[in-house]
Design a protein. Sequence first.
Length: 292
Amino acid sequence: MTDTPYVPPKVWTWNKENGGQFASINRPIAGPTHDKELPVGRHPFQLYSLATPNGVKVTVMLEELLALGHKGAEYDAWLIKIGNGDQFGSGFVDINPNSKIPALMDRSGPEPIRVFESGSILLYLAEKFGAFLPKDIKSRTEAMSWLFWQMGSAPYLGGGFGHFYAYAPSKIEYAIDRFAMETKRQLDVLDRRLADNEYLAGNEYTIADMAVWPWYGALAKGLVYGAGEFLSVQDYKHVQRWTDQIAKRPAVKRGRMVNRVSGDPASQLHERHDASDFETRTQDKIGEPAAS
């Protein structure tokens, strides 16, 4: 490091050696880096994902739909190893030109439909099955507002605070302070809402909760970035209550396991192709090494 202030050049150029933990998969251009077809299973929905917070949103939604008896929501979940650059394969880019997980193909109709961006996938599934999105306009709008709140806010948590606190090649006080302040403000927004409401849209569990919980629930329990103590997450009592309440749901427990490649081997189901996989195909049972 140098004490010389950084002065941006007139024209930015890509320095491949700079970028921290994820430098190998970050680049300033889109499009595929290699040809690779995606596998296709036997179910109506084909999900290509990883159990990051954005990936967990969708697997929770699919498991919740199945728990309600929507057999048409059966799915195959294929593991996309983003550390290996799987998201830049030609087949994946055909589904999501933005090369981010999750990506979904609906093959239930005469012509496959691609759906990308986690919020869009949640909304697509909610409308397709008529579930987890209120019917009355006031509650529906409230749910949609919180869904879009998450889509707009979480980048400040993940790409902002998480990156500079946990992943950046050097600690930058200004950046950490800036995004810690914003992250705590967001937690306070949630805490105030949940002080008077069981769920984000009111008394009904919706796709808004499914979108927000994987990000802010994990943060509230100190499961991401090693930042629980730093952010005093225990102070957000209503977020804690809501987090615990959702975590107890059986479908949430299952959804969190799908495409997971870290933690307790019993909690890792690298690929999901049948409901029985939760009992027979977790990593503690099949004994395969964890995927990277």
